[in-house]
Design a binder for this molecule. Structure first.
Ligand SMILES: Nc1ncnc2c1ncn2[C@@H]1O[C@H](COP(=O)(O)OP(=O)(O)OP(=O)(O)O)[C@@H](O)[C@H]1O
Ligand SMILES: [Mg+2]
Length: 277
């Protein structure tokens, strides 16, 4: 496991699509379940009510001589502690929007702010740190490292930030219900268990924001509900803000707000009566 022999004092400015956040010592010493919540501030600087502010964002991909418009003037604020779902037909720009929020792609035009930082203006190193500290990503295909155990996978974002903390990784695996699977390799875990490891890894540095793109797309119905229940718990107990994309109306019901996208624009939005009584 050469990764775990890395000297971790100097954070490695590496982009990773599978990570997380607030690597302060204080945060790592806090028990799982105590970070910023809807009503207050715990262990991290706060920058206003919104964790994400997107202002008039456009994105076009150049294909040969043609520009393919993916986003056409999207503005959206995500409140701290929100549980937001993006839906819409294939090609409507959902993944492009998530990637732009996550700094995995840059907009052609417009402003993107995450936890008080203008994502577009950051250099590569600062962007990598922002991703590691403030965001956790969960994808449809888990993206775990196959030669690392569950426990090692969860520690990857910590190592990248110079904050390796096996105890915290263990806590996170217990939080996602995998206390008895820590030394298993991904191939020894079910799809749902692998996705739980991916969620634990996304939370490794205690990010205020979790971003999920079709997280339950490869899971059966029962397992999908279990994963969504876990996210509800994280949102409620930890105050983690969540933005996720799904095609499945049964999963969107877990969100506090659902936004429909179409042709690169926001089409409509709906608040959930369940979450906003
Ligand atoms: N890297 C790329 N190069 C060229 N065009 C792209 C690229 N990524 C996305 N697009 C185009 O941008 C548009 C939006 O794509 P995007 O992946 O954001 O859609 P989506 O809503 O996530 O769709 P799906 O539900 O199928 O995942 C599509 O027309 C797509 O073909
Ligand atoms: Mg997509």
């Amino acid at each position: 496991m050469p990764l775990f022999k890395l000297k971790t004092r100097n954070p490695v400015p590496v982009a990773t699509g599978a990570t997380a956040a607030n690597g302060t010592k204080a945060a790592n010493q806090m028990p799982v379940g105590t970070r910023a919540n809807k009503n207050g501030v715990v262990g991290t600087a706060q920058h206003g009510d919104n964790i994400v502010e997107i202002d008039d964002v456009y994105k076009s991909f150049i294909m040969g001589k043609e520009a393919v418009p993916a986003l056409r003037g999207v503005s959206i604020n995500v409140k701290r502690g929100e549980f937001l779902c993006l839906m819409g037909p294939s090609g409507s720009g959902k993944t492009t929007l998530l990637n732009i929020i996550g700094g995995l792609d840059t907009p052609s035009r417009g402003h993107v702010m995450v936890d008080g930082e203008q994502v577009v203006s950051l250099n590569e190193e600062k962007l990598a740190r922002l991703r590691l500290k403030k965001m956790g990503f969960v994808f449809q295909s888990f993206n775990l490292l196959s030669s690392f155990t569950a426990l090692e996978n969860v520690q990857v974002p910590m190592v990248l930030l110079g904050n390796r903390n096996p105890k915290h990784a263990e806590e996170l695996l217990r939080l996602v219900g995998l206390g008895d699977r820590m030394t298993h390799y991904p191939s020894e875990l079910s799809g749902g268990q692998q996705q739980r490891v991916a969620i634990a890894r996304a939370l490794a540095n205690d990010p205020p924001l979790l971003i999920g793109d079709e997280m339950t797309g490869d899971l059966d119905t029962q397992t999908s509900f279990e994963v969504m229940d876990l996210l509800v718990k994280l949102n409620k107990d930890n105050g983690t803000s969540i933005v996720f994309v799904t095609h499945d109306p049964r999963m969107s019901k877990f969100a506090s707000r659902v936004i429909q996208m179409r042709d690169g624009k926001l089409e409509s939005e709906e608040q959930s009566a369940v979450h906003n009584p």
